[in-house]
Write a protein that binds this ligand. Structure first.
Ligand SMILES: [Zn+2]
Length: 335
């Protein structure tokens, strides 16, 4: 009897503390990704030894476009609203994201917002505290938690809901992906680049999707590759110093995710995707880019240290100021 009671107690404790236990492995997804990685690795090998140069350029073009759709699009524009984009650019982002083959932008944004909201806790779908393999691979193969609705109410998706392109992609995702993201790219290599169907399937099909899938997964697990490690000079749980200098940019991203200069896989403000966003700004395709200066952050820290203000309140104030500055810049630009 005592044993049963203890077992019940431990079950209660583990179920309340460990939401992720309510997730189960999606074995069809496991099989799909095993096949994708096997065919994809063969495709990458072929890419280096057997194909025409034009196929290599075409491959690079597709992977680069997909990466832009994922990082500048789904991550910086939609998940964090770091800038405002024109309708034409949003259409390009939706199409580029579709050919990446990583699910709809709506779902990507929802899980990424969950990740930020519950960062580093058991409710974080990509919890980095469980190690790189869990964060990068396993978390993407698990079903949604059984009590998803309970805490999904806290994730505000109204901004994304109102976007027509997002709605269209979500509604027709599989048709769009199979036609635009799979059949068409393979067919183009065969018809216009004179590539064989086998090479095209392995390289433009499998190897390309292998890369884009891992790029998408890496956005949520990058902290474990490039971020601060537990026990580093500035521990991951006490990141109040480094973000003055915007070093350790990944940890900075988790403090100020709305800063458009946060590059997913490079140094702050100098990565390829940030460069792409700068070009969009010059072309007038985006406006209201939100960022914080080192001085803003320094002032926020000073307020926390010298008044009753909490860190969250201080960062919210930095965000409000950034929004105001971004809006004023847009007005100046227009007149
Ligand atoms: Zn993010």
């Amino acid at each position: 009897m005592k044993e049963i009671k203890e077992e019940n107690n431990s079950n209660n404790i583990s179920s309340s503390n460990n939401e992720m236990k309510k997730r189960s492995m999606k074995w069809t997804a496991v099989l799909f990704y095993i096949y994708l990685h096997v065919f994809g690795v063969v495709g990458l090998y072929f890419l280096f030894i057997k194909v025409k140069w034009m196929t290599v350029f075409y491959f690079i073009f597709l992977v680069t476009s997909s990466s832009i759709g994922l990082t500048a699009g789904a991550h910086r524009l939609y998940a964090h609203q770091t800038f405002v984009a024109t309708s034409q650019l949003r259409l390009f982002i939706m199409l580029a994201h579709t050919i990446a083959g990583v699910g709809s932008i709506y779902n990507w944004v929802f899980w990424h917002r969950m990740h930020h909201k519950y960062y580093g806790t058991e409710k974080d779908p990509y919890n980095h505290k469980r190690g790189f393999f869990y964060s990068h691979v396993v978390s993407n193969l698990l079903s949604a938690p059984s009590d998803l609705k309970k805490y999904a109410r806290d994730i505000d998706m109204r901004d994304v809901d109102m976007d027509g392109y997002i709605w269209t992609q979500q509604k027709f995702y599989w048709i769009l992906f199979i036609v635009l993201g799979f059949l068409l790219p393979i067919h183009v290599a065969v018809v216009y680049l004179d590539e064989s169907y086998t090479n095209s399937f392995l390289i433009i099909g499998a190897a390309r999707l292998l890369l884009t899938t891992n790029i998408s997964w890496l956005v949520n697990s990058a902290l474990l590759v490039w971020g601060l490690k537990e026990g580093d000079k500035f521990p991951v749980d006490d990141n109040s110093v480094f973000f003055l200098s915007k070093s350790y940019w990944l940890n900075y991203h988790y403090m100020l995710p709305w800063d458009w200069k946060n590059d997913e896989f490079g140094a702050y403000e100098t990565g390829f995707i940030t460069f792409t966003i700068k070009i969009w700004r010059e072309l007038g395709l985006i406006n209201q880019l939100r960022t914080a200066t080192c001085n803003d952050v320094r002032e926020a820290l000073y307020k926390v240290a010298s008044s009753e203000m909490t860190m969250d309140e201080a960062l919210a104030e930095v965000k409000r100021n950034a929004e105001e500055t971004a809006y004023k810049e847009k007005l100046i630009y227009r007149h």
